[in-house]
Design a binder for this molecule. Structure first.
Ligand code: NAD
Length: 183
């Protein structure tokens, strides 16, 4: 609440989040904004598709579910928002045309939870100790990439997928804030 909504480039302020939900012009949170941009750039059809968002955080899952159900492209999807109390997640995720997963549990999504040809957006970033890496750790996503990639039509890697897009869209929001301040 301490942030001026006009400078809220994360898009987390209640007034900006509310505007987003009402499909008004505003700052879209950087990670969902990056995912929107990925879907656009790869011309992924979303209209009428079943999108399963796994994870309902205020910064990723919840805004993503709102954006995918809005009357616009990318959007116009039928959205299921799954979370830690969801029962039979695999039965739900197997129906998804597009899965957007933001949990923070490495390699959570397995091949038997995904239908053939699904689009997979992996938001998860978890550092796990690794002796192979000079840094002493490696970054893992929420998707078991080696298992799931052969079944998917598109899949984002971790690292190198949603993460860099988040940074880019945060900068884009910063630029938009400057342009808006100039009227
Ligand atoms: P969070 O910890 O706030 O929320 C996790 C969500 O997962 C919760 O809504 C919870 O209900 C759900 N969940 C937990 N266990 C589950 C289960 N077994 N089945 C179904 N749902 C379950 O998470 P967050 O802030 O959205 O972050 C999630 C991950 O995404 C983290 O790894 C984080 O580092 C990463 N992240 C990446 C970026 C990026 O730029 N790529 C940005 C933000 C967050």
């Amino acid at each position: 609440m301490a942030i001026d909504p006009d400078k809220d480039v994360d898009g987390f302020h209640p007034s900006n989040f509310g505007k987003m939900a009402l499909e008004m012009d505003t700052f879209i949170p950087a990670t969902p904004f990056g995912i929107i941009e990925i879907l656009k750039r790869y011309q992924i059809e979303t209209k009428g598709k079943h999108v399963v968002v796994i994870g309902r955080s205020h910064i990723v899952g919840k805004p993503m579910s709102i954006l995918m159900s809005r009357k616009a492209y990318p959007g116009n999807a039928t959205v299921t928002l799954a979370h830690s109390h969801t029962k039979n997640l695999a039965a739900i995720s197997k129906q998804a045309d597009i899965i957007i997963i933001a949990l923070g549990i490495p390699n959570f999504l397995k091949a038997d939870m995904v239908k053939e040809g699904a689009v997979i957006i992996d938001v998860g970033i978890t550092r796990v100790p690794s002796e192979d890496s000079p840094k002493g750790y490696k970054i893992l996503g929420d998707v078991d990439f080696d298992q799931v990639a052969p079944k998917s039509s598109y899949i984002t890697p971790v690292p190198g997928g949603v993460g860099p897009m988040t940074i880019a869209m945060l900068l884009k929001n910063t630029l938009l804030a400057r342009q808006r301040s100039l009227g």
